[in-house]
Design a protein around this ligand. Sequence first.
Ligand code: SF4
Length: 354
Amino acid sequence: MDEPVMEGQDNGSAVHPTGLLPDQIAARFGMDKPFRGKQIFRWIVKGARSFEDMTDLPSTERERLTVLSPRLFSSEIVETLADGDGSSKIKIRLNDGAAIEAVLLADHEGRLTACLSTQVGCPMACSFCKTGTLGFLRNLRVDEIIEQYLLLAALGRKPSNVVFMGMGEPLLNLKALRPAIQILTDPDGFNLSTRKITISTCGLVPGIMSLADEGPHVRLAISLTAATDELRDTLMPVNRRWNLAALKKALLYYQGKTGDRISLEAAIMGGVNSGVEGARAMAAWIHPLKVQVNVILWNPVEELPYRQPTREEMASFETELERLGVNAVRRAKRGRGVGGACGQLGDTLMDSQR
Ligand code: SF4
């Protein structure tokens, strides 16, 4: 990565009401009664799909709003794929024809997690990730992020957790990510706890520093994958810009400011980063960070030149981490049946059905 990583632009059109807080809604629609903004906000959270659904607004007001903003949502589902494990993947068409995906992950306790995208494609080009092979089209706007959550909630129940681990690098789109988290945690809105929201990054040092200094104070996950610069350089181009030493310095700063434990994600590919020497390098790099390592069996993507690790490779990697005192857990393979597991998102960046 020789060029500086720049924040991308969104498609430039106005944010739909789904991406606005109550006072912003009132201001956008010139409301002389500010409580109307809160009323509309609450209707959106409850699942309203048009102003006509908002039955406690006077009919003249509903008509006026519909003229001003004929479509409450800017995006729509074009396909829903359900996995046998209770997870679902939705393909979403945005109003400029771009396509993204979002995933509802169900765990054994019946807890639902919404895995949301922040960009159309991704510029970070991690070699083991399908989204990374697609290239980058644009950033998502705040309404396009919130609508993923609303569309997933409409499949059944409201997800209690949110992970920004879908398409894109969230820290390249802090402009939309910050207001989206504000909406998701607003007590009059979805009222999610900040402890139930996770931002996952490939290791963008300026973004980590910005989170440490300015928040939001949610959970942080780092896609580490390998703990030697030699290997990480080949798997994750971001490492050529901010190497492991720079990443660790940023994480120590973040931890010093927040006191939070950080999750390190390690997608294990057979014969690539599955050896015990990789586990040893990881254990050595981690110290003195307070972390949990999530060991993930790499999810197969046909067009990528990797294989899954064998059972023996996984066992020896995990045993070595454990022997060296690392807090490591194996992450369950949810959503894999619909291509919705980690690193599997993104068939295309444009919706061909448009
Ligand atoms: S792993 Fe994340 S940051 Fe890397 S290419 Fe995939 S979506 Fe982008």
